[in-house]
Design a protein. Structure first.
Lengths: 292, 293
């Protein structure tokens, strides 16, 4: 597919395609948590939803040999259904308690996968056919961004925003808070599941280790690092946190030190994340105002 | 057989409880979920190991040293990171993410300094005695661990219940603003709490390191999960609850490992946790949540 490109690009692509794919998948995950955050929900279940998507899709490919398109769809629908089932009781909780409940749910999913026979236990699933191509990820990411951008401007998006700002006030204004929260939760699960399905079909191998607490926290970190005021922030955060460890390879054991330090510094000095349109606009205007 | 397991469970549970107490103290007083607590726990055990191997300190001195090192670390995190965030009134999610960053930094530093491999205390450091009661083998080490954990917890309870400092802390847990209006030096007490909580986490690290005689940079992660589970089980910010939750998790882990599969035990614990959150979000001991309106 890439042979019309100059040689050094093919070299680059064969070395780094997995990395580029990861950036795309992480961007999808960051957007999935952005969606729940935009409704004021701090849910840490996204890594588990990703895992459900990954396992369901991989098992369908391996055992039933469904086509890749249907597999992707199933990978999104499975966690969405789970989200629908646990959503009603879980979403009564708020703030830290919701975070903890979704965390506990994530652990239950991880440990269940670890112990089931069909999921391969701790060794995970091996030999998943490579089916994901660059354009699949690009297309799905573009569709997600387009869909979320439309959603933000719609009645639903405004309801999310009202709930995020003040749940009680939103309820009093006649917003059906519970239904919108459930919608955000289920949609977030759907996107995370698709990301998981895409991921499973280019990494060749999945194991329960990839869907635990650390991964849930990583996803949250990407969104917060980039900034949650819009759609650009989460994707930017995902790119930075995926590429940074590669760039810092020479630091060996100390490389995640920089990762952690950046996280702390951003939280301390850029409260709204790296991508904050207003700050960037102000900064540009200030430079414009100066005489040359 | 069961008695032997119960002894193991008590040892493990008392250390979990000690860890969870520091965790819940920070949540109760500072209203922060401090996700660097697991890394502080890990730092404690490395500090004790370094004191024992490099400075040839006796074990009791190494324990005190480890508490001092981890406590200072907790104090620094509060002064350098949590304080500025408090000053600008950041939403509760933000300090939590900052402490994730701290945890990553500490783990990475430990890995860089000591390597990723398992380190052990040198021979002859651990109390080696062992005696048999009925058919239960009791290691002197286990007795020491349980004793240290319970003495420290008793001291903490006494301080919180009986002293002026404890009253001030409970006032802050109720409402920092009201406490401040009453003339309590809230910032100073935040510092003290951070120091004490981290010191408890650090000594818990030493005790676990001694019990299994294995220290790795990643050892803070599983216990952080246990700590989270313990304080949810007992009610977040609740001291008695953390004690109960920690002990319960110790028992759940050991008993289910012995009688079920080795991994399913954690699923039972977290599944139970999930259910408790749904039925009683404020935990078994916690008070009813206030509604924001």
């Amino acid at each position: 597919m890439m042979d019309w490109l100059p040689g050094n690009f093919s070299d680059f692509w064969s070395t780094y395609s997995t990395l580029v794919f990861s950036v795309g998948v992480h961007a999808l995950l960051a957007l999935s948590i952005w969606l729940t955050l935009s409704c004021g929900l701090l849910s840490l279940a996204n890594a588990a939803f990703m895992g459900i998507g990954a396992y369901v899709s991989a098992l369908l490919t391996l055992h039933l040999e469904w086509s890749f398109g249907t597999v992707l769809l199933a990978g999104g629908i499975a966690p969405a259904v789970v989200a629908l089932i646990i959503g009603a009781p879980v979403l009564r909780l708020s703030g830290v308690y919701l975070a903890m409940a979704t965390l506990a749910f994530g652990e239950v999913v991880r440990i269940t996968v670890l112990n089931l026979e069909i999921t391969g236990g701790p060794e995970g699933l091996n030999g998943i056919p490579l089916a994901t191509e660059g354009w699949h990820i690009a297309l799905l990411l573009a569709l997600t961004v387009y869909g979320l951008a439309r959603l933000r401007r719609s009645k639903v998006g405004r309801a999310f925003e009202a709930i995020k700002e003040d749940e009680v006030a939103a309820r009093l204004m006649g917003v059906d808070v519970d239904r919108y929260k459930l919608l955000a939760f289920v949609l977030g699960g759907f996107i995370a599941g698709i990301a998981g399905a895409l991921n499973a079909h280019f990494t060749f191998f999945i194991s329960p280790r990839e869907y635990g607490f650390e991964n849930a926290v990583d996803i949250l970190t990407m969104a917060v690092l980039g900034g949650t005021s819009g759609l650009v922030g989460p994707m930017l955060g995902a790119s930075i946190l995926t590429l940074l460890p590669e760039l810092l390879r020479s630091l060996h054991d100390f490389r995640s030190l920089v990762n952690g330090a950046i996280l702390v510094l951003v939280v301390l000095f850029l409260p709204k994340g790296i991508w904050e349109p207003r700050r960037i606009r102000n900064w540009l205007n200030r430079n414009k105002g100066k005489p040359a | 057989m069961l008695e032997q397991q119960l002894l193991n469970a008590l040892t493990l549970g008392s250390v979990y409880a000690l860890f969870a107490l520091g965790f819940t103290l920070v949540f109760g007083v500072l209203a922060v979920i401090n996700l660097s607590h697991g890394a502080v726990f890990m730092v404690g055990s490395y500090a004790a190991l370094a004191l024992v191997t490099r400075l040839e300190a006796p074990l009791w001195a190494a324990m005190l040293g480890a508490m001092l090192v981890s406590g200072t670390l907790g104090l620094l995190v509060d002064m350098l990171i949590l304080k500025p965030l408090r000053a600008r009134n950041a939403p509760h999610l933000i300090p939590m993410i900052a402490t994730i960053g701290v945890g990553i930094m500490l783990t990475s530093t430990a890995q860089g300094l000591f390597g990723a491999e398992i380190l052990r205390f040198p021979d002859g450091i651990l109390p080696a005695g062992e005696f048999v009661v009925g058919d239960v083998h009791v290691r002197a080490l286990e007795i020491a661990i349980v004793a240290i954990a319970f003495v420290l917890m008793a001291v903490l309870f006494a301080v919180l219940k009986r002293t002026q400092l404890g009253r001030a802390l409970r006032a802050i847990a109720e409402s920092p603003k009201a406490a401040w209006l009453l003339g309590i030096n809230v910032e100073r007490l935040f510092h003290i709490t951070s120091f004490a909580a981290a010191a408890l986490g650090g000594i818990a690290g030493v005790l676990i390191g001694l019990n299994f005689n294995a220290i790795t940079p990643q050892m803070g992660q599983p216990i952080l999960h246990k700590g989270i589970a313990a304080i949810i089980l007992g009610g977040m910010g609740d001291i008695r609850g953390a004690l109960f939750g920690g002990l319960f998790l110790g028992f759940a882990e050991v008993i289910s490992k012995a009688y079920l599969s080795s991994q399913m035990g954690d699923a039972v614990a977290f599944g139970l946790l999930f259910l408790i959150l749904l039925v009683r979000p404020s935990g078994l001991f916690g008070r009813k949540l206030e509604r924001k309106a």
